[in-house]
Design a protein around this ligand. Structure first.
Ligand SMILES: [Zn+2]
Length: 159
């Protein structure tokens, strides 16, 4: 049986003890909760209507919640100061980039395969915003800048 990227990903979450449920979610498109015991340690609720029933948007919303669940230092309550919340959300973006689009992969897609943003989004089943976040993050790293300089010197010889 052929599974879509999203179905495969939901299966991986299930195997990790994270259940995914469709539900109305107040004030957000998805949320997660962690439990201390039982066969399942966590649950992610997502609101398919707020995510336009779009598999890319759902995939990204689930990834976002998974990163909160698997990196406990990024969890926060609504009473936490906003600056701290924003720092944690920035960290989530970096974690998603590293998990879904490794630096090497994105570089190759952009400069070897000359792919457009929407083509990358299609291939990875991710939103264009997530790809942009990854680009913003990686393109300021020294390793990326060096690779890009090498590529610019000799685009043909790069592989
Ligand atoms: Zn978040």
């Amino acid at each position: 049986m052929y599974l879509t990227k999203l179905e495969t990903y939901e299966q991986q979450l299930y195997d990790q003890g994270i259940i995914v449920k469709e539900s109305y979610v107040p004030k957000a498109n998805a949320m997660c909760m962690k439990f201390k015991n039982g066969n399942f340690n966590s649950v992610i609720f997502y609101d398919p209507n707020k995510l336009n029933n779009d598999s890319k948007e759902i995939h990204c919303a689930l990834l976002h919640e998974e990163m909160h669940l698997t990196h406990e230092e990024t969890m926060y309550g609504i009473d936490e100061p906003i600056a701290k919340q924003m720092n944690k959300e920035r960290k989530i973006k970096r974690l998603i980039s590293r998990k879904c689009i490794p630096q090497e992969t994105l570089f190759n897609m952009l400069y070897e395969r000359h792919m457009e943003l929407y083509e990358i989004a299609d291939e990875l089943c991710l939103t264009e915003d997530i790809i942009k976040d990854a680009y913003e993050y990686y393109s300021q790293l020294e390793s990326w800048i060096k690779k890009k300089m090498k590529y610019d010197e000799d685009p043909q010889g790069y592989y």
